[in-house]
Design a protein around this ligand. Structure first.
Ligand code: AMP
Length: 288
């Protein structure tokens, strides 16, 4: 397994492999890998001749006052997991190479970036689409893997790839959860013991919404009212957003149908966590 920390070296490697007739699967991450990331690597490993993992805490997708400076890192553990997953190249570009002096170009998707996380984190998706575009240009993958954990991000990437005719297939994979239901996230490492316990309110809200829909309650206002009460009973938790939206447009709905996705973001202490699920899916096996 190669570890490349130069944009030029990465680009040369990719060009040479492609010229030799090999195709590349790509998994972009910010590192501090967990089983959610590993599930992407496992699927990607089977999808192409070669597998590239990028680890880059992208400064342009963080807002002022967010956790860019404290984002967890463990390159030794990440490279160990990458090797086990059969990664060919770990690409760890320095920020100064990705955004050198004078850098001034941006890729921006309109519409679906203006709601949910886009409304709470202005500029976040511009940073994401810009860096994913750059990584696609450097690595030239045939296929790239993303998690449904970041539901809106995946929708934004799909939109960008379609709109800009990027020659990359996008694959989305299910959320990997801890045994008690909490969606795996690098940011879970921020949680103190009591916060970790209260973080279960996210997955419990999903199970509650699915149970309500199963029992015939399809009015979004009523479902969200009940969820809000449950979530707000957790004293360390503050809701950022809690919405039921159409899976494609991400517009809020009045009534639940098979396109309805519950999307939520909460602050637990200073840690912001997100989760989502289709409301009409079978009730998540999460203790209520
Ligand atoms: P991150 O390192 O958090 O930027 O995530 C890198 C990729 O891993 C993104 O496509 C995420 O959606 C995906 N991912 C993060 N957490 C999970 C999870 N619990 N299950 C599945 N995919 C995940």
């Amino acid at each position: 397994m190669l570890i490349l920390d130069s944009v030029a070296a990465m680009q040369q490697w990719s060009q040479a492999r492609r010229q030799a007739g090999q195709d590349i699967a790509f998994v972009p991450t910010m590192g501090f890998l967990h089983q959610g990331h590993v599930s992407l690597l496992d699927a990607a490993r089977k999808a192409a001749d070669l597998l590239v993992l990028s680890i880059f805490v992208n400064p342009t997708q963080f807002g002022a006052g967010e956790d860019f400076d404290t984002y967890p890192q463990d390159l030794a553990k990440d490279t160990h997991l990458a090797k086990k997953a059969g990664v060919d190249v770990v690409f760890v570009p320095p920020a100064a190479q990705m955004y050198p002096q004078g850098y001034n170009s941006w890729v921006e998707v309109a519409g679906i970036t203006e709601v949910l996380c886009g409304a709470s984190r202005p500029g976040h998706f511009r940073g994401v689409t810009t860096v994913v575009n750059k990584l696609f240009n450097i690595i030239a993958p045939r296929v790239a893997f993303f998690g449904n954990k970041d539901f809106q991000q995946l929708a934004v990437i799909r939109r960008m790839v379609k709109d800009l005719n990027l020659p990359v297939d996008i694959v989305g994979l299910p959320i990997v959860r801890e045994a008690d239901g909490l969606a795996m996230s690098s940011r879970n490492s921020y949680l103190a013991q009591e916060e970790r316990q209260q973080a279960l309110c996210l997955s419990q809200a999903i199970a509650q919404a699915q149970q309500l829909a199963k029992n015939g309650e399809l009015r979004v206002t009523e479902i969200l009212h009940r969820l809000r009460m449950s979530i707000e009973s957790h004293l360390l938790v503050k809701i950022d957003y809690l919405k039921i939206c159409h899976q494609d447009s991400l517009q809020e709905q009045m009534l639940v149908d098979e396109n309805s996705v519950l999307l939520l973001a909460v602050f637990i202490g200073r840690t912001r966590l997100i989760d989502n699920a289709f409301v009409m899916e079978p009730v998540a096996k999460i203790p209520l």
